[in-house]
Design a protein around this ligand. Structure first.
Ligand SMILES: Nc1ncnc2c1ncn2[C@@H]1O[C@H](COP(=O)(O)OP(=O)(O)OP(=O)(O)O)[C@@H](O)[C@H]1O
Length: 260
């Protein structure tokens, strides 16, 4: 079958540090994938490779009809742009432009990357601010918004580009605990119509269990186990997955707040 995303033998090293080891993965259109795993296992690096923020050392990435092969050399700007045009990323730390309002932040890519007029862009994105519950805040600057509201603007901004795949890198990790639920609720809503392909790196296990079609457990730069949420959380087959989940459960028993 022709999958929307096909990653083959993807490797990434930073100098002598091998961070991703031959990752193979196919993702179907409309699939919601949650990527879990210990700190430093390469989850963010993997997402960053998918949208061209990091250049893989070897392997290939196909998204839609574009395939990029990596051989240690810097890819052409045109090739990177082709990856970027199909992916939008939501970062842990929002990364909004401080001098632009919420509405202007959401419009920015349409105007500067896609060359749309400001009038047309503002009409197109108004519905998106509504979707993330922020139409009342369209003229607010990031500093006037809570972290949760800023992240919701960042989600609207990512959606504005109409990406083939939405990449979310620990979207609630930088938020105060009371703001996490609101942002997760927005993402949960987005997963409901099963049209937007999404890959979400998260430490929120309950959330992953709820929204994902498939959970991927990464450790040490490899995909160790993949399956439905019930399979991975309920009946993990690999010892490392079990150990990781057991550690989380011990964390909860000690009330360390792992978001389960
Ligand atoms: N730009 C970089 N230069 C050098 N090493 C890096 C760079 N980015 C990441 N690394 C290293 O790559 C490894 C994987 O990091 P990565 O952030 O992908 O892990 P992660 O699973 O997302 O971790 P976390 O859950 O803590 O965010 C780590 O050892 C990290 O220090």
């Amino acid at each position: 079958m022709n999958s929307l995303i096909e990653v083959k033998k993807l490797r990434k090293s930073f100098g002598k540090l091998d961070v991703l080891h031959e990752i193979d993965l196919a993702v179907e259109k409309g699939e919601v994938i949650a990527i879990i795993g210990p700190s430093g296992s390469g989850k963010s690096t993997f997402l960053r490779c998918l949208n061209g923020l990091e250049t893989p050392t070897a392997g290939s990435i196909k998204i839609g009809t574009h395939t990029l092969k990596f051989n240690g050399k810097k890819p052409k700007d045109k090739e990177i742009r082709s990856l970027r045009s199909q992916t939008s990323m939501v970062f842990q730390s929002f990364n909004l432009f401080p001098h632009l309002t919420a509405l202007q932040n959401v419009m920015e890519g349409l105007v500067t990357v896609q060359g749309m007029s400001k009038e047309a862009a503002s009409i197109q994105v108004k519905g998106l601010l509504e979707k993330v519950g922020l139409s009342q805040k369209k003229d607010a600057f990031p500093i006037q918004l809570s972290g949760g509201q800023q992240q919701r603007v960042a989600i609207a901004r990512a959606l504005a580009m109409n990406p083939s795949v939405l990449l979310l890198d620990e979207p609630t990790s930088a938020l105060d605990p009371e703001l996490v639920g609101g942002v997760l609720a927005i993402i949960r809503e987005l997963t409901k119509d099963k049209t937007q392909t999404m890959m979400i790196v998260t430490h929120e296990m309950n959330f992953a269990r709820d929204v994902a079609d498939r959970v991927i457990f990464m450790d040490d730069g490899k995909i160790i186990e993949t399956g439905t949420p019930d399979e991975v959380f309920g009946h993990p087959t690999h010892a490392r997955t079990k150990q990781f989940l057991d550690q989380l459960y011990v964390g909860i028993e000690k009330n360390l707040g792992w978001g389960l």
